[in-house]
Write a protein that binds this ligand. Structure first.
Ligand code: 13P
Length: 342
């Protein structure tokens, strides 16, 4: 297996493939399981992930899977380590290494992501466990005058320090600065999302440069440019695609091999439609694909419902969503395709 960061990057953004974000922390997966009235235990978490990782979609549409610490160490019911199941499907196992967005001191209403202390040692262990890429998520909240420069700068700096540590240890960093679109405070319009995302990305790339991060050996995981959930505004697919591309083109150097979006609370179909519209808009300097959590999993979670006998139904739902997003990653998704397979 080739181990150059550039090769890992290219494999992860291979034509028609994208990333499955299955790295929900113990707290977040509990919230997801609550929606299907399932108790979150080590066993139920394993059964759910096993259902996903053994689905056919893994071979055809998934290039990498982001895991939480527990999952990277876990094995399927027959004892096969999850990392092996993922590798055997031709995908790269990855690991969420941040330790969460915490309240930022003296910056009310804002978060800063923690987890740098001891990160070098953890990366070495994750490498031994088979991880070849990592993820760190920074959270930027828009609310009235927020975000502050303090919040944007501190989060960008932490992302760059994380990315440098990853590259030092042969692990590809996914750099995720998420400007939030969901939550009650998200009352901003699409142009405010543009402005804050642009500011955040420009700051992140300045910090990455200062930290000597090799752009060819990373993947950016940004939000799309959309109005806040509670803005009362609706944007057309064309407007989201056009503004997102314009913002990315002005901020992301062509040396970056790929951009893999988060879904951020968009509906499954919106997340797919937006990605497809962008890829249909013509030549781009980087690959544009998905690194969805909710938009790849919600339908599968609901179809599975925590019941062993629904495993095949859960996998069918996951296969369908993954195929739709694979089409979107090459600009070929359509509502007809969506309905045909549903
Ligand atoms: P969503 O696609 O559900 O936003 O999750 C992606 C992710 O990995 C967030 O860190």
């Amino acid at each position: 297996m080739t181990e150059r960061l550039e090769d890992i990057a290219n494999k992860m953004v291979a034509e028609g493939k994208g990333i499955l974000a299955a790295d929900e922390s113990t707290g977040t997966i509990k919230k997801r399981f609550d929606t299907i009235s399932l108790t979150s235990t080590e066993e139920s978490r394993r059964d759910y992930r096993e259902m996903l990782f053994r689905a056919d979609a893994m071979k055809d549409y998934i290039s990498g899977v982001i895991l939480f610490d527990e999952t990277l160490r876990q094995a399927a019911r027959d004892g096969t380590p999850f990392s092996k199941i993922i590798q055997d499907a031709g995908a790269v196992p990855g690991i969420k290494v941040d330790q969460g967005a915490k309240d930022m001191a003296l910056s009310p209403g804002e978060k800063v992501t923690e987890g740098l202390t001891g990160l070098r040692g953890r990366l070495k262990e994750y490498y031994e466990l088979g991880a070849r890429f990592a993820k760190w998520r920074a959270v930027i909240t828009i609310d009235g005058p927020l975000p502050s420069w303090n919040c944007v700068k501190a989060n960008a700096h932490a992302l760059a320090r994380y990315a440098a540590l990853c590259q030092e240890n042969g692990i590809l960093p996914i750099v995720e600065p998420e400007v939030l679109m969901d939550g009650e405070r998200a009352k901003h319009d699409i142009d405010r999302c543009y402005e804050v995302t642009e500011w955040t990305l420009k700051t992140v790339f300045t910090e990455l440069y200062d930290a000597n991060v090799m752009l060819e050996g990373m993947i950016l995981k940004p939000n799309m440019i959309v109005p806040g959930d509670h803005s009362g505004q609706k944007a057309s697919v064309e407007e989201v695609a056009e503004k997102t591309l314009r913002c990315l083109k002005s901020c992301v150097p062509p040396a970056v091999p790929g951009i893999a979006f988060l879904s951020g609370g968009q509906s499954d179909e919106q997340a797919t439609a937006h990605l497809s519209a962008m890829n249909a808009m013509g030549q781009l300097p980087w690959k544009l694909t998905y690194s969805y959590g909710r938009a790849l999993q919600t339908a599968a979670l609901n179809a599975w419902g925590g019941k062993m006998e629904n495993e095949a139904a859960g996998q069918r739902a996951f296969n369908h969503r993954a195929r739709m997003n694979s089409l979107a990653a090459t600009g070929r998704w359509s509502e007809t395709e969506e309905k045909k397979a549903a």
